[in-house]
Design a protein around this ligand. Sequence first.
Ligand SMILES: *Cc1c(COP(=O)(O)O)cnc(C)c1O
Length: 248
Amino acid sequence: MTGSVADRLDDVRKRMRDAALRAGRSPDAASLMLVTKTVGAARVQQALDAGQHSLGENKVQEGRAKARELAGQPVRWSMIGHLQTNKVRDVLEFAGEVQSLDRLRLASALDRRLQHLGRGLDILVQVNTSGEPTKYGLAPEDVPAFLAELPAFSSLRVRGFMTLARFTSDQDEMRRCFRLLRAIRDRARQDAPQGAALETLSMGMSGDYEIAIEEGATVVRVGQAVFGARPLPDTHYWPETRRPAPRA
Ligand SMILES: *Cc1c(COP(=O)(O)O)cnc(C)c1O
């Protein structure tokens, strides 16, 4: 991949605007979260210098270490990977948002620590829209009952939903995943106790973010389209899954 980090960020942002306009949405309807896993702090700094402030990490230890290296800068970190309850303390050292809430035990562990710290946390509920058994996230049919339990954890500000589409080059199948998440959100806005606060749809990655925006994403999580291909295979992050290379 050629061009500076700043150039590629510009290109992604332009494609995001174009996708939104194609779908009849406002050009800034979706915002960009830059996924920095495996990328060193010096290269992340280039993105910060280019005006990017929202960053995402998949693993707690890597995120915490990078956040320390970049301390003092206007960065908002999100945790987007599977989170173990024994990592709650560490994740709250750097993250202002967790997008991967998928079970009540984790909600309880987060809330307990947050109450102790006297602060809140933005939360997205992760949904498994592809039905692949190797993906984390709630089954779509379990979402309403899950949402009904969350008001008990008063430090969690539940803002919406996150998903990973099926890893496929079949665009219809990707769209189906994104549409399903949007339908879950629209329904929850009417029926769930959190109601209208459930606005966010975090969906779309380097290979499919334009499709996700066409289908209503309000946040896309993009890494490789800006930083180039990762050295580690994605099986390191999602056991036993394979995905196509991002579109150039
Ligand atoms: C790595 C990752 C992304 C971004 O993937 P790219 O292919 O780098 O765009 C998005 N979401 C999650 C949960 C990730 O772990």
